[in-house]
Design a binder for this molecule. Structure first.
Ligand code: B12
Length: 263
């Protein structure tokens, strides 16, 4: 069970780490160019955390390519260089050290790296095992986590229809009618927007559609308790859990259909 409605459950960052990052940024401002390809894997990953922090998209793209050229799996680059870097950004945003413009730059840099990894993560060659409609709910513009979940689901063999950010109940329902997915995924990163998931699920119930779909929800402030309170089928704390849960539900759907067909 995740802690309730606590946006960031991570340990606080070491003050020395923060000072190091500030010092490193000053070095770069002084015009000291760092040759990323000359760094060891460990130093390069650390440098990428700093570059993400500073919103340096080109450097993040270069670092991502270098790690891939060195034989790193796309998933390892994603987890250790990008997601971990964004976790650090998130902690300093929470603590008022970074502000929206800086976090936007960091998010842009992260997306640069993700764009390189996307085709590799999706390259498993697996046949389509299910269809997912996914979106960030109304009032919320956070999309990094949702995009990651979409990418990882694609990588696992799902067809993913991404409705983007700020998605209202009508848009979700229209997409369900149009695409007839197996799974509906909703993302929310704000305590003020997460209740909107209930609005969407209640609308599905009103229209008699709720049981046609598996509803998965995610986002940093959610937890299992919240998911069950709003009537979702499951809460997924990260993209890896999302993939496992989605596969699990697909298996159950097949088993139920199989049992009904043979009855
Ligand atoms: C990046 C960021 C931004 C960027 C967003 C850029 C973008 N394109 O997404 C910008 C700068 C725009 C932004 C704006 C704001 N933000 Co902001 N933001 C963040 C930050 C630092 C990181 C979020 C992130 O990308 N995490 C990395 C991804 C990989 O993790 P994730 O999103 O949690 O996703 C994973 C899981 O949750 C799960 N998951 C996510 N979605 C889904 C969906 C499904 C279906 C499933 C199965 C799983 C799943 O899997 C994902 C991958 O593993 C968080 C801090 C945090 N700790 O979350 C604050 C944070 C979410 N923001 C916050 C705030 C307050 C805001 C603003 C209101 C600030 C302001 N004053 O304007 C605005 C809101 C604007 C709006 N209307 O939405 C607060 C929310 C606090 C709260 N209690 O609600 C946070 C927690 C920061 C804090 N203060 O602590 N933000």
């Amino acid at each position: 069970m995740q802690p309730s409605f606590e946006p960031m459950s991570d340990d606080d960052l070491d003050l020395d780490d923060r000072k190091d990052r500030a010092d490193d940024s000053e070095d770069e401002e002084d015009g000291e160019e760092i040759d990323l390809s000359a760094l060891s894997d460990e130093d390069l990953v650390k440098q990428m955390h700093d570059d993400l922090y500073d919103g340096l998209k080109e450097e993040i793209e270069e670092g991502t390519n270098i790690l891939l050229e060195r034989g790193w799996q796309a998933k390892k680059v994603l987890d250790e260089a990008l997601v971990e870097g964004m976790r650090i950004v998130g902690i300093d945003f929470r603590d008022g050290i970074l502000f929206v413009p800086e976090v936007l730059l960091a998010a842009g840099a992260m997306k640069g790296g993700m764009a390189i990894l996307r085709p590799l993560l999706a390259e498993t060659g697996a046949e389509t095992i299910g269809k997912v409609v996914i979106g960030t709910v109304k009032g919320d513009i956070h999309d990094i986590g949702k995009n990651l979940v979409g990418m990882m689901l694609e990588g696992a063999g799902f067809e993913v229809i991404d409705l983007g950010i700020n998605t209202d109940a009508d848009a979700f329902i229209a997409a369900l009618h149009e695409h007839k997915p197996d799974i509906l995924g909703m993302s929310a990163l704000l305590t003020t927007t997460m209740p909107y998931m209930k609005v969407v699920i209640d609308t599905l119930k009103e229209k008699g559609l709720r049981d046609d779909y598996t509803v998965l929800v995610g986002g940093a402030p959610l937890n299992e308790e919240f998911a069950s309170a709003v009537g979702a089928d499951a809460y997924c704390r990260d993209a890896a859990v999302a993939v496992e849960t989605a596969k699990d539900f697909m298996m159950r759907r097949h088993n139920i259909r199989g049992a009904m067909a043979s009855a």
